[in-house]
Design a protein around this ligand. Structure first.
Ligand code: ADA
Length: 571
């Protein structure tokens, strides 16, 4: 998580006044709302007893005593699915799309008690928010699901920092930042681990061709200039999964500084390998949804620690954040513990129509930009993903795929890009990606456990015979349902025994077939699935029960099989 040590920041976590406005087409003006309840931030209002499963607008209110007039930013780490901000009854912004961080900037003339109201709409409505659709195989909870703070914005400030290792051997790194200036020049500095590596004076009058400042443009309250610096830091240790060494990066303009933990490492593909700092790595782990038994998408810090401890108990080194950007606090833990992350923009089985719809593509581009701007400096994120199981097998979808892959590369060309296809034989978009990833469920949706090796052999042979022989391949989803506590001598479907038997067969295959650069089991924990009837009928209790632990993180038989395998796994 980025820190702003010189800014006045008010943490707005805690109890807010609340009112559920219901399934209204047009909500009342914020000052007309009767706030007669309380709701926790962060939290999912539709995970509380009174509003469990309800969809509509939740109105949140807090009166904040602002010290003075000026420019402020309300920063929200996650809001589902459409969030509107009103300050003193005046609308200041609207954001759509959950799981990504966003901010609303506003100014107030004078200090004093100021009425802040958020309308949070958890309904699933393509026209309002094309990112979230009701057929996705996870329950969409709503609320201010992650952190929320109020920042005082200085006139001279740092807006976006990017940190990239350009050469791990020489420790050459590139740091860029968008700085907002007032009318005077300002000193720009970059320090790592307390040592200053770069300084320069930046002037608001610099043009796009300026050596230091580029792309000068107007920004709220000043001139925004992109500043870039490249330097080497030969004495700093590298980050790697085995030795996840972090350093504090501090980027300052004038009095304003942004600090964050960074890791010096490169990641690339080399033939059939994924390489970190030039060394091939093999990935073994899970798909992980962010969903808890009783708080929806809002995971407490202790829940994050529990999840991390369970992943480490199973000796995994890899998490695919399915199917949306994970909480940055979890990514911080992966940075510190050397767990590699496939970080994915929000998406699930999108169709040709979606991928030809400008409204959908624009919403996806925002999701991608917000994901990468917030998480792009984390060393544990070693690849970007998007559009899970979307219709890459339909020719008309390809242009949309290509545009969104391009959007990722425009934001960050320092990491490989992948996507999990479930149409591996017919997919027409795999060439757009650096890593080929496929989801398949032999022994669950099709065939029996004994067919797993032949199914996987056939897919790998197809890929190697279709022009992908020189690309890494990840088996990005495979697994089976197992209902916690359902023990069955018949070893029938949904029993813990059947799930364990299938997972063992998958691990046996993975340990014997080096062609797979990675395996992500589906899935880490049980999660509440969509309430849509067609889906719910195929989900006992309305949950996706393919977790290795249940929604309360209680281990199933397969947990012990994964843990045993992980002990002998080399990364
Ligand atoms: C798909 C999908 C997952 C989940 C899984 C399942 O592969 O990508 O999100 O729905 O199937 O449990 O069937």
């Amino acid at each position: 998580m980025r820190a702003y040590p010189t800014r006045q920041i008010l943490d707005l976590a805690g109890m807010w006044e609340f009112a559920f406005l219901g399934d209204v087409a047009k909500p009342p003006a914020s000052e007309a709302v009767q706030f007669n309840e309380v709701m926790a931030v962060p939290g999912c209002f539709d995970a509380t007893v009174r509003y469990a499963g309800k969809r509509g607008i939740g109105a949140y209110r807090k009166v904040i005593d602002l010290a003075a007039g000026g420019r402020y930013r309300l920063w929200i780490d996650g809001g589902h699915h459409v969030v509107r901000l009103f300050v003193a009854g005046v609308e200041q912004g609207r954001h759509e799309g959950g799981f990504t961080q966003f901010g609303f900037d506003f100014t107030v003339e004078r200090g004093g008690p100021t009425d802040i109201v958020l309308y949070v709409d958890n309904r699933i409505n393509y026209d309002e928010c094309p990112i979230h659709l009701d057929y996705f195989d996870w329950h969409h909870f709503g609320g201010i699901t992650r952190g929320c703070v109020l920042q005082e914005l200085p006139d001279v400030r740092i807006e976006n920092t990017r940190f990239v290792t350009t050469n791990h051997e020489t420790r050459e790194v590139a740091v860029s930042a968008d700085v907002v200036l007032a009318d005077a020049d300002a000193l720009f500095t970059v320090s790592i681990g307390g040592e200053e590596f770069h300084r320069q004076t930046v002037s608001a009058s610099q043009t796009a061709s300026g050596a230091a400042g580029r792309d000068a443009s107007s920004a709220a309250g000043g001139t925004a200039i992109r500043v870039e610096a490249t330097f080497t830091c030969p004495d700093l240790e590298l980050w790697s999964p085995e030795s996840p060494r972090l350093h504090e990066l501090s980027v300052c303009i004038g009095e304003d500084c942004v600090t964050e933990q960074i890791g010096i490492r490169t990641v690339a593909v080399s033939g059939q390998d994924i390489v970190i700092n030039g060394e091939a790595v093999r990935l073994f782990g899970f798909n992980r949804h962010e969903s808890s038994a009783d708080a929806g998408h809002t995971l407490s810090s202790s829940q994050l620690v529990t999840d991390l401890q369970l992943l480490e108990q199973m000796n995994v080194n890899f998490v695919r954040g399915s199917h949306y950007p994970q909480d940055e606090r979890f990514i911080d833990l992966c940075d510190a513990r050397g767990i590699m992350v496939w970080c994915e923009a929000t998406g699930w089985q999108h169709t040709e129509d979606h991928l030809q719809d400008r409204r959908f593509l624009d919403a996806q581009r925002i999701n991608i930009e917000e994901m990468i701007q917030a998480l792009g400096n984390h060393p544990s994120i070693i690849m970007w993903g998007l559009l899970n199981e979307s219709h890459g097998h339909v020719r008309g979808a390809r242009a949309g795929f290509a545009e969104l892959v391009g959007a990722i590369r425009d934001e960050d060309d320092s990491r490989p890009v992948t996507y999990a296809t479930c149409h591996v034989y017919e997919d027409k978009c795999l060439d757009l990606f650096d890593i080929v990833s496929f989801n398949t469920y032999p022994g669950w949706y099709v065939g029996g456990v004994q067919e797993i090796p032949q199914e996987l052999d056939a897919i790998l042979a197809h890929l190697d015979g279709s022009g992908y022989a020189e690309k890494p391949v990840i088996l990005s989803e495979i697994g089976a349902g197992g209902i916690y506590g359902f023990r069955d001598w018949h070893r029938g479907l949904w029993s813990e025994e059947y799930q364990a038997e299938l997972i063992q067969a998958v691990l046996d295959y993975f340990s014997n077939v080096d062609r797979l650069a990675g395996l992500a089991l589906w899935q880490f924990c049980d999660i509440r699935a969509s309430e849509v009837t067609a889906r719910a009928l195929r989900r006992p209790k309305g949950f996706n029960n393919k977790g290795i632990v249940d929604e309360h993180r209680r281990p199933k038989l397969a947990f012990h099989i994964v843990r045993q395998f992980g002990k002998g796994f080399r990364s």
